[in-house]
Design a binder for this molecule. Structure first.
Ligand SMILES: C[S@@+](CC[C@H](N)C(=O)[O-])C[C@H]1O[C@@H](n2cnc3c(N)ncnc32)[C@H](O)[C@@H]1O
Length: 268
């Protein structure tokens, strides 16, 4: 296997003075791409977020500096401008800088803001996409994002409140019942989400799921309906990171299989 991987030509090598903005996926280290792993192995310094799993951090080479910019330890986020500056400064010192982010850096990851800043500063950067949470967490819970006859499409959307404290979303289009809607960062606004979707015409009985710590060994996945999900989340005291999935696909696999971490066990 390793030989086969080595035969894949590395197109992007991280040079001194460059930054690689790399998606680490949602947690399971086996979901890393080969490209991501190559950049990880080449790094002099890793600037990383809260959602990068410990197993992935353990892949950093000996001597690689680690610079944490996530929320948990610092209690609040390091401002984006400071992260941008750290990346540019470290690259200008001639280091090979790894910017490691959970999921995909360009999906609710602010990777594009960082790339924009770096280019303005004259620093070249590589982008290595990662598997985004919506894709992997649903798969590991046995939920397909689309399924013929049930969902013609899916929408990834943020449930994070805007600066004005409002959640201004295109509710009418989200209420279309032939689509799957996946909310990132929607735990705090789940009550609003459920209420608005029903108010705009989505049935209260629409299947809905919550997946916490998806793809990790402590993944929790619960199924409910749009109407019952808020109470279920409160009952189980679910905390971030969690994804909310709404649509008929939620019921698709579990009727015949037991799904756990990507393994679908057929019931006898
Ligand atoms: C700032 S966004 C980052 C998304 C990331 N760039 C991606 O592509 O998955 C953080 C949100 O992603 C979702 N998320 C990320 N990893 C997750 C996981 N392992 N399980 C459940 N939700 C996750 C949660 O909604 C969390 O609040």
């Amino acid at each position: 296997m390793i030989n086969a991987i080595n035969k894949i030509e590395a197109k992007g090598l991280l040079q001194a003075g460059e930054v690689a903005i790399v998606g680490a996926g949602p947690g399971d280290p086996e979901l890393l791409t080969i490209k991501a792993l190559r950049f990880i192995e080449q790094a002099d310094i890793a600037v990383y977020d809260r959602l990068v799993s410990e197993e992935i951090m353990a892949l950093l080479p000996d001597g690689c500096e680690q610079f944490y910019v996530g929320k948990k330890q610092a209690k609040h986020c390091v401002p984006q401008e400071n992260i941008n500056e750290v990346l540019a400064q470290q690259a200008k010192l001639g280091k090979r800088v790894l910017r490691l982010k959970g999921g995909d850096p360009f999906v609710f990851g602010r990777g594009s803001e960082e790339a924009e800043y770096l280019l303005q500063q004259g620093v070249s950067c590589h982008i290595a996409p990662g598997i985004t949470a919506a894709s992997a967490c649903t798969a590991y819970a046995g939920i397909p994002l689309t399924h013929r006859g049930l969902a013609q499409g899916c929408t990834f959307i943020t449930g994070h409140l805007e600066n004005d404290g409002q959640l201004n979303l295109p509710w009418q289009s989200l209420a279309n019942d032939k689509q799957t809607v996946v909310f990132y960062m929607g735990l705090g606004t789940l009550d609003i989400i459920a209420r608005e979707l029903v108010a705009h015409g989505r049935a209260g009985t629409t299947p809905a799921a919550i997946i916490r710590n998806g793809t990790r060994s402590d993944q929790q996945a619960y199924r409910a309906t749009l109407e019952t999900l808020p109470a279920l989340v409160a009952k189980h005291n679910i905390t971030p990171p969690a994804l909310i999935v709404i649509g008929d696909v939620v019921d698709k696999i579990d009727q015949r299989y037991v799904a756990s971490l990507g393994y679908l066990k057929a019931l006898d």
